[in-house]
Design a protein around this ligand. Structure first.
Ligand SMILES: Cc1cc2nc3c(=O)[nH]c(=O)nc-3n(C[C@H](O)[C@H](O)[C@H](O)COP(=O)(O)OP(=O)(O)OC[C@H]3O[C@@H](n4cnc5c(N)ncnc54)[C@H](O)[C@@H]3O)c2cc1C
Length: 463
């Protein structure tokens, strides 16, 4: 046995590294196992951070080409240096992953480099060396879901990982899957000049999003030139010298057709990754979708083994993983760790952004909850006008009887930042009136949130 720890966390993504830091802050002796050459997991290396770097860069390019002239800023010619854009993305990722290394040193978290395997409760083997731990936290994250008939080579047929690395703008990019990852990366390459077609099995995009918001979102993306083939399934992909030929069929069955593309992005979802942990041998139970089963305190069925993040149930989001990392660390330190799953925001970082928290209208109807709706469009917001960003609206759902906020949905400029106010409001059990009576700076995009709250009672001022 090499060294013993209070906690060994396996996986240094946002769930695992945050758990390790919080446990160390609370005085526990902590190690974190990570097999990747850099810390930060999917999120920092091949997920949230590189995708947001490319979204930002492609947005700057698009803005320079299409929006600056309207501001009276004339640029002679705008050209793309994709190699520089990709290099910048690498620098952004590097700064972030190095930052986590610094935080580990600062908090005295030991990074055990290599692949972790649980050989018995209380023992984690890392590349052949056994380490003892009072508590083991599984935070091994997720991987892309494969599609039969579509063989990923990360060159012509890519997952999000390959789509972040393309060294040329594809002529035609076909995205399989109308979820947030496919739409974000589709937006990047569309802005840089690719034709983009999204093929989605369902008859709508972003299935968990409020239906009205999703319909508006699709309309806006279509205006940006993205084409949608809804209710359609991809049954086969054949790679040739001149690209990839996809076979498409109506989701309900019917006549097949083909679609040619230069690059295919497979983005039909992610699934938990627990392959190398040896969970069978120690008897840790998984659910029917391959997720590690946990109780409300993140404990698995095996004493001393816990799990968090993408490896367990719930939305596969970095901030959800982080909250669980903090909660389990606090529980292990004898404190009352807790996550409020009713107030976890979700953001799609396209432009405009789409952000939500809490219930959708569809969910409230299904649950038979009576509610009021307050909506306010960005066309009537002074700051949005000044920015030249008037697409979208704020939509609030409040309980009909108590006025308590039940859900908030924003499509518009900086929606991902605007939603934070409503997450806080919901954490405090606020009513729509509480938000409506809060003073909001003028002129700000946040005033649209206040107006939507006023609109719940039918008394918006600026429309
Ligand atoms: C393209 C893309 C964009 C995304 N954008 C966003 C976004 O904008 N916002 C958001 O909230 N979420 C986003 N996500 C999702 C987010 O990345 C995940 O929800 C988050 O990373 C999950 O964190 P985690 O700690 O559970 O696991 P991960 O981040 O997946 O980390 C798990 C780590 O465990 C390591 N590991 C696995 N098995 C072992 C083992 N046996 N031994 C040692 N190490 C091991 C892996 O190498 C990995 O580094 C995005 C994902 C993708 C793919």
């Amino acid at each position: 046995m090499s060294e013993s720890f209070d906690v060994i966390v396996i996986g240094a993504g946002p769930g695992g590294y945050v758990c390790a830091i919080r446990a160390a802050q609370l005085g526990l002796k902590v190690a974190c196992v990570e097999k990747r050459a850099t810390l930060g997991g999917t999120c920092l290396n091949i997920g949230c951070i590189p995708s947001k770097a490319l979204l930002q860069s492609s947005e700057e390019f698009d803005h320079a080409r299409h929006a600056l002239a309207d501001h009276g800023v004339l640029v002679d010619s705008v050209t793309l240096d994709l190699a520089r854009m990709q290099a910048r993305k690498g620098e952004v990722v590097g700064a972030n992953t190095k930052g986590v290394e610094f935080l580990f040193r600062k908090n005295k978290v030991t990074w055990l480099k290599g692949t972790g395997r649980i050989t018995a409760p209380g023992t984690v083997e890392v590349d052949g060396t056994a380490h003892a731990a009072k508590h083991i936290v599984i935070a091994t994250g997720s991987e892309s879901v494969p599609l039969p008939g579509v063989a990923v080579d990360e060159k012509r047929i890519v997952t999000s990982t390959g789509a972040l690395e393309l060294d040329a703008v594809p002529g035609h990019l076909v995205v399989i899957g109308g979820g947030y990852i496919g739409l974000e990366l589709g937006s990047v390459w569309r802005r840089l000049g690719a034709e983009v077609t999204v093929v989605e099995f369902l008859d709508r995009i972003t299935p968990t999003m409020d239906g009205e918001v999703a319909r508006n979102f699709q309309r806006i993306l279509q205006k940006q030139g993205i084409r949608f083939r809804l209710g359609t399934k991809v049954t086969r992909a054949v790679t040739g010298d001149d690209g990839v030929t996809l076979t498409l069929e109506p989701a309900a069955g019917g006549t097949a057709e083909t679609l040619k593309s230069d690059i295919v992005l497979l983005a039909i979802g992610r699934r938990p990754y627990v392959e190398e942990l040896g969970l069978d041998a120690v008897g840790v139970a998984l659910d029917e979708r391959g997720r590690v089963k946990t109780d409300a305190h993140y404990a698995t069925n095996v004493s001393g083994i816990y799990a968090i993040g993408d490896a367990i149930a719930g939305p596969m989001l970095a901030h959800k993983a982080e909250e669980e990392g903090v909660a389990v660390a606090e529980l292990l330190a004898g404190k009352p760790g807790h996550v409020n799953y009713g107030a976890i925001p979700g953001v799609v970082y396209t432009w405009p952004e789409v952000a939500s928290v809490g219930e959708t209208e569809e969910a409230l109807k299904q649950a038979g909850v009576a509610y009021n709706v307050g909506k306010f469009p960005f066309t009537a917001n002074g700051r949005a006008r000044a920015m030249g960003e008037i697409e979208g609206f704020v939509k609030l759902l409040a309980d009909k009887a108590t006025d308590r906020l039940l859900g908030a949905h924003i499509i518009g400029p900086d929606a991902g930042t605007l939603i934070a106010e409503l997450v806080t409001a919901m954490e405090f059990g606020a009513s729509a009136e509480d938000v409506a009576r809060t003073c909001h700076a003028h002129p700000s995009l946040n005033e649209a949130v206040k107006e939507a709250a006023l609109a719940v009672e039918g008394r918006a001022l600026h429309i």
